[in-house]
Design a binder for this molecule. Structure first.
Ligand code: GLV
Ligand code: MN
Ligand code: MN
Length: 422
């Protein structure tokens, strides 16, 4: 019987720690690495160098997704993918996304070092901007692959400084590549994909399970709201004649919380985490407030219903205060299920290693959600201490990460030698 392969904890730790040093704001808590900033570009170079050191060929597509290819014995077969993201939220942790990229690299290193045969090529992916950070849209790379982000649309996505995603793609030379040929993927292009990720919640820790097998992924809906009132003097304007955009936004935000809570279910959640007050001055009544509502659910119908309820609430709150508003749904992704055969392959590895087979749902979204439109997917979760993520205190022990990498490695070996999934 073939011995279980073992990930090398020092190599995994070293890659994670090195990536954490690429940080735009080292003076702030945690790691901040938004798309195409200097820190992110350095992190991309580091990963590409690590890929080449394994003997992978490396290329990028016109939206900046990175592909490291470990060639199989039959490169004519559709490859198996594994990867995640290396961008972070502002003041995020060291593990979200990183574990999936570093873990896939380590899996390939082990396969290579041990000359483990694999008929299909194994491709390690770094997806462009999974976080909904700099350009107000998440899963940019995987969304583009699935055909939901045409190049023209990148001209409409701007960061807070007014720079468009297109301008950044142009600055970095990506617009020289053929967008449709290099980015777009179709069913059959990829045999299967498996993403390793931290759980970002506390189910595994509470249950004492080292890994989770993800069955389904909740999807986001993003709504950009702008409320316009009247900017006026804070001292000379009586309370009864004000049109305060921030007071209206505050009512809306509390209503968002109340409506989402009314579903009393852990997968129905809504958040306002980004807000801009204009002119943002202590002695001026706010004339305009822009904010974003983030809704998640495993049930698309519930997201649609909540979107409608939020719209109704904003309409009536602003009408009562004689204010104007705009309401723009910028992202509305569909929840997805993971592929049963891939789940079985992950479960086989758990059995082989004496680990419990714990099935669960992901409340966070992942690039796997978008690529599920053109390939069967699976995800492996490792625990997050106290369920904390998108926070400098995000933590998963190296032993837990290595356990996930081992399961990932087994799964990639099994899938890359399969003729068919079923
Ligand atoms: C991904 O980071 C998410 O917001 O779920
Ligand atoms: Mn992530
Ligand atoms: Mn994240």
């Amino acid at each position: 019987m073939q011995q279980n392969v073992q990930a090398n904890i020092d190599r995994v730790a070293s890659d994670i720690e090195t990536l954490a040093t690429y940080n735009s704001f080292p003076e702030n808590p945690g790691v901040s690495r938004q798309l195409f900033t200097d820190a992110e570009l350095e992190a991309r170079s580091y990963v590409k160098e690590r890929m080449r050191a394994i003997g992978m060929s490396v290329h990028e597509d016109a939206i900046g997704n990175i592909y490291g290819v470990l060639e199989g014995t039959d490169p004519s077969l559709a490859p198996v993918w594994s990867g995640s993201h290396i961008d972070t939220v502002l003041s995020g942790g060291k593990y979200d996304g990183i574990v999936g990229v570093v873990g896939a690299l380590e899996a390939c290193r082990i396969i290579r070092e041990n000359n483990i045969p694999h008929a299909r090529s194994i491709v390690v992916l770094v997806f462009t901007s999974e976080e909904c950070g700099r350009f107000g849209m998440g899963c940019i790379g995987s969304r583009a692959m699935a055909g939901h982000l045409p190049l023209e649309k990148t001209k409409e996505l701007h960061d807070d400084a007014g720079i468009s995603l297109y301008q950044e793609l142009e600055r970095l030379g990506y617009t020289k590549l053929d967008y449709n040929k290099t980015v777009l993927k179709h069913r059959g292009d990829v045999f299967a994909s498996v993403e390793l990720h931290i759980e970002q919640a506390s189910m595994l820790e509470e249950a004492g399970y080292p890994v989770g097998i993800v069955q389904a992924i909740c999807a986001p809906t993003y709504i950009c709201v702008s409320i316009t009132g009247q900017q006026k003097h804070a001292g000379s304007t009586p309370m009864d004649v004000r049109k305060d955009a921030l007071c209206a936004a505050s009512e809306v935000i509390l209503t968002v919380e109340k409506l989402a809570r009314s579903y009393q279910n852990k997968h129905t959640v809504a958040t306002v985490g980004k807000i801009q007050v204009l002119p943002n001055s202590s002695n001026v009544i706010p004339g305009q407030v822009d904010f974003m509502i983030d809704i998640r659910d495993i049930d698309e119908a519930v997201k649609t219903e909540l979107t409608q309820k939020f719209h109704d609430a904003i309409r009536s709150i602003t009408a009562a205060r004689h204010l104007e508003y705009s309401f723009d749904v910028t992202t509305d992704d569909l929840p997805c299920s993971c592929d049963e055969a891939i789940l079985d392959a992950i479960a086989d590895s758990c059995r082989k290693r004496g680990l419990p087979e714990f099935k669960m749902t992901s409340g966070a979204y992942h690039d796997s959600l978008l690529i599920s439109e053109f390939t069967p997917i699976g995800m492996i979760f490792v625990p997050s201490k106290d369920g904390v993520s998108h926070n400098p205190d995000e933590y998963t022990s190296m032993e837990e990460i290595v356990c996930g990498v081992n399961v990932l490695t087994d799964t990639l070996i099994a899938l890359s030698n399969r003729e068919t999934l079923s």
